[in-house]
Design a binder for this molecule. Structure first.
Ligand code: SF4
Length: 294
């Protein structure tokens, strides 16, 4: 059996034997649930998403509830997931679908891509997982597993060219089971083929994997995030945003008082400006207060 055939067969078998249940999965899951989960899963771990996804779906059972909610309500539910601009992107997408498509999520990749807030990954994931269209769903996890399996990598940070991977996947995609195929790769990436500590001994792909037990750990050199008083900037952003969502409108002084940061007003002002620049909040010039951008 060729490596490609082995890869596909093993992954589909792994998926069919798997007992993993995730609330947004199924043979043909609700496209709305796929849109929510895939947005939440960008930069947040599955275990954290499960809890927040369930809460979100209870509060906003359909796309219509998201469209009729305020930005403030959506951000409040997003609290704890981080990267709040995702929440506003999601809101914009839902608004557009309700306004222009009667709340029906399109099943064509091109139509999805033309919506505000939808990138290549989310469009492919919706089309593949919700509508079972055989398209390539490529994210960092798929790139990592594919690279390691098909070509001997030296360091844990090494991967092969994305274009090459995409072209190979187009050719080897199991047309009827592309949804299961990509979900299986993502499960293998999360459970075994982890970024810095792959567990090759337990991995179902190990018998034919070119990097099996060969990877040398290499620390990823991350761009250093600015921090203040020992906390990274994103934590400060989250703190300020949480306060703003809890008030209809609030002055900078009040935010500073709540945070007990009266000696650090410049830093809090910087954070407020950054949130404003990202379109999450807005200043009301008349009374100099801050509120969630409507
Ligand atoms: S055998 Fe190791 S390197 Fe290969 S896919 Fe599995 S976990 Fe990744």
């Amino acid at each position: 059996m060729t490596s490609k055939k082995y890869f596909t067969k093993t992954l589909l078998q792994f998926f069919s034997d798997s007992t993993i249940t995730l609330p947004w999965r199924g043979f043909k899951p609700d496209p709305y649930k796929v849109l929510i989960s895939e947005t939440m899963l960008q930069q947040t771990q599955v275990s954290r998403v499960i809890e927040k996804f369930t809460e979100f779906i209870e509060a906003f059972p359909t796309i219509f509830e998201v469209a009729s909610a305020s930005n403030e309500q959506i951000i409040r539910f997003w609290n704890g997931l981080g990267y709040n601009s995702r929440a506003l992107r999601l809101k914009k997408t839902c608004d557009a679908i309700v306004k222009d498509n009667n709340g029906v999520i399109p099943y064509s990749y091109n139509e999805l891509r033309s919506l505000p807030g939808i990138g290549d990954y989310t469009a492919s994931a919706i089309v593949c997982f919700a509508f079972r269209v055989p398209v390539v769903v490529l994210d960092v996890n798929v790139i990592r597993v594919f690279s390691r399996f098909f070509s001997p990598q030296v360091y844990t940070t090494d991967v092969i060219n994305e274009k090459e991977i995409r072209e190979s996947l187009v050719r080897m995609l199991p047309k009827e089971h592309s949804s299961e195929f990509f979900q299986a790769i993502m499960d293998v990436a999360r459970l075994y083929c982890k970024k810095s500590s792959p567990n090759c001994n337990e991995c179902p792909l190990s018998p034919k994997c070119k990097s099996n037990n060969k990877l040398v750990f290499k620390k990823v050199t991350k761009r250093l995030e600015p921090s203040y008083l020992g906390f990274p900037r994103r934590i400060w952003r989250g703190r300020v945003l949480k306060i703003v969502t809890e008030h209809y409108s609030i002055s900078v002084d009040e935010i500073v008082q709540i945070l007990e940061m009266s000696e650090h007003i410049d830093w809090i002002t910087t954070i407020i400006h950054l949130l404003e620049k990202d379109g999450l909040i807005e200043f009301e010039k008349v009374n100099e207060t801050v509120r969630i951008k409507s």
